[in-house]
Structures are given as structure tokens and as C-alpha cells.
Design a protein around this ligand. Structure first.
Ligand code: HEM
Ligand code: HEM
Length: 236
């Protein structure tokens, strides 16, 4: 894609202020989900007789892994003043960590279901979840093969770049939406077994989703705004 075309799709302001707000929201989201599971839901465990502790691993890893570390992976191209080779490594590394934590987080949800005799994959949230982790994996492998190793030709790289950005943003927005659905679903389960609708825990869970959505908005703002040094930003 030519530079002129790319600039038309972007807004003319610097990304740095957006990425700074993004980091702050990311830290806030991580703190909120950890406070929720530790203070209100009894903490985290991989093996336990109280199976809810196994479930708790799921929101923590999905939010901190796929959403927050994945979002940092996307923002790294616009947030950091390094050379493009360095940023590429950081981008692919953070997305690699995001996928691994996402897979372990989904495994924890299945483990909780299986050990509590609850059926698997019955909800929209779980179907979207499988689609998201699969698309995220495909995006990572394609990105790795074309932009990193062995690397496509200059034509393939420059023609792939806008698709990579579009597909990446699409999958990421889906993931943020699905995290909000997951928080809503869990809170609804808890409320139907008696949790106060306006109580502190309900507010905390809802605000965690609000913070996650705002974080996603700032990640996307970074994608459509300008890198720190114009010359330093190129796909290929
Ligand atoms: C983008 C991030 C997320 C993805 C990709 C995802 C994916 C999944 C998947 C695949 C399952 C199905 C497990 C099974 O059938 O055994 C599941 C279950 C579940 N997840 Fe998530 N999840 C995400 C975030 C969250 C968050 C933040 C919460 C908040 C608590 C949550 C709550 C739940 C609940 C309550 C279940 C069990 C009920 C059900 O299967 O729908 N999820 N998730
Ligand atoms: C699932 C994981 C991935 C997602 C969700 C993703 C998403 C994105 C997004 C949204 C952008 C746009 C950033 C911006 O313009 O500010 C981007 C750029 C880029 N990504 Fe990825 N990416 C992933 C994995 C990879 C991998 C493994 C590589 C391999 C090196 C890679 C290489 C690149 C390159 C070179 C650019 C710059 C494209 C350009 O100049 O227009 N990505 N990625």
C-alpha cells in the first residue's frame, strides 16, 4: 500500500498520548480483575476441591493475556521509539505471549466445566471464544511467516500489510467484546444465585468491563494515529 493511501486512513495526531492512556487503562483493568477474583471470589487454583477457584483463572488470563498484553502488542508499533526490527520482535513476542495465556485461560474454563460436570461450548460466548482464539492463531502464524521468517517478497509484504492490520483489529475488537460478554454472563449467573444487583461486586465486575472496552478504544486509536517517528514506521 502506498504511503499516501495509508495516510488518508489515519488521523493526523500523534499516537503517544493515546498509548499512555491505554497503558494506564490496561494496568487498571488488570488490577480490577485481580481484585475481583482474589477479594470477592476466593482466589486462584489449578487443582482444588472448590472448582470455582479453577474457573477464576479464566477471566484473569483472558483479560490480562489476550486483551491487555495483546493490546500492548498492537500499540507497541506506535508507543515505542525503537527501530522497526526491534518493534517487530516486541509485537510478535507480545502477541505470542497473549495467545499462550489465552489458550491456558480457555483450557482452565474447560477444566472447570469438566471437573464440575458442566457441559462444554453451550454459549455464544464460548463459540465466539473458540473462533477468536483460532483466528488469533492464524493471524499470528501468517504474520510470522510473511513479516518475520522466512518472510514474503516485498510485494507480498506490502499487499499483506493492510489486510494484516484490518484482520488484526477485527479479531481484537471481537475479543474485547467477548470479554465483556463473559463478564456479563458470569455476573448474571452470580446474580441469579443471589448476588446483590447494586452491590460492590456487581459494580466492580461491570466497571472491569467498562475499563476493558475503553482500553480497546485506545488501542484502536493508536492504530489510526501517527507513529513517534514517521520514517521509522513501515511494514516491510
Ligand atoms: C476474549 C476473551 C475470552 C475468550 C476468548 C473466552 C473463551 C471462552 C470459552 C472458549 C469458553 C468455553 C469453555 C467450555 O465450554 O468449557 C468460555 C467459558 C466461559 N467464560 Fe470465557 N472467554 C473470554 C473471556 C472471559 C471473561 C473475561 C469472563 C469473565 C468472567 C468469561 C467468562 C466465562 C464463563 C462464565 C464461561 C462458562 C460459561 C460458558 O461456557 O459460556 N470469559 N470462555
Ligand atoms: C495475532 C497476532 C497479531 C495481531 C492481532 C496483529 C495485529 C496488528 C495490528 C492491529 C497492526 C497495526 C498496528 C498499527 O498500525 O498501529 C499490526 C501491524 C503489523 N504487524 Fe501484526 N499482529 C499480529 C501478529 C504479528 C506477527 C506474528 C507479525 C510478524 C512479524 C506481525 C507483523 C506486523 C507488521 C510488520 C505490522 C506493520 C504493518 C504496517 O506497516 O502497516 N504481526 N499488527
Amino acid at each position: 500500500m502506498s504511503k499516501e493511501k495509508k495516510e488518508k486512513m489515519a488521523i493526523g495526531v500523534k499516537a503517544i498520548p493515546f498509548t499512555i492512556v491505554g497503558h494506564v487503562l490496561g494496568i487498571a483493568g488488570a488490577v480490577l480483575v485481580l481484585v475481583w477474583v482474589t477479594h470477592f471470589r476466593g482466589g486462584l487454583a489449578w487443582e482444588a476441591t472448590n472448582k470455582s477457584l479453577i474457573f477464576n483463572i479464566h477471566p484473569v488470563l483472558m483479560l490480562i493475556g489476550l486483551i491487555i498484553i495483546g493490546g500492548e502488542g498492537i500499540m507497541s508499533y506506535k508507543a515505542l521509539p525503537f527501530k522497526k526490527e526491534v518493534k517487530k520482535l516486541i509485537h510478535l513476542g507480545l502477541h505470542g505471549i497473549a495467545i499462550i495465556l489465552g489458550i491456558v485461560g480457555i483450557y482452565a474454563a474447560f477444566k472447570y466445566h469438566n471437573e464440575s460436570s458442566i457441559v462444554n461450548l453451550y454459549s455464544l460466548h464460548s463459540w465466539l471464544g473458540i473462533a477468536i482464539i483460532s483466528l488469533y492463531g492464524i493471524q499470528w502464524i501468517y504474520g510470522f511467516l510473511v513479516f518475520f521468517y522466512p518472510g514474503g517478497s516485498t510485494t507480498i509484504r506490502s499487499e499483506s500489510a493492510p489486510w494484516h492490520v484490518l484482520f488484526g483489529v477485527f479479531v481484537y475488537v471481537l475479543a474485547v467484546g467477548n470479554a465483556a460478554i463473559g463478564l456479563l454472563e458470569k455476573l448474571t449467573f452470580l446474580e441469579s444465585s443471589g448476588l446483590a444487583k447494586y452491590g460492590p461486586e456487581a459494580l466492580l465486575v461491570n466497571f472491569t468491563a467498562v475499563v476493558a472496552i475503553l482500553y480497546g478504544a485506545f488501542v484502536i486509536l493508536s492504530v489510526v494515529s501517527q507513529p513517534p517517528q514517521e520514517d521509522d514506521y513501515s511494514a516491510i
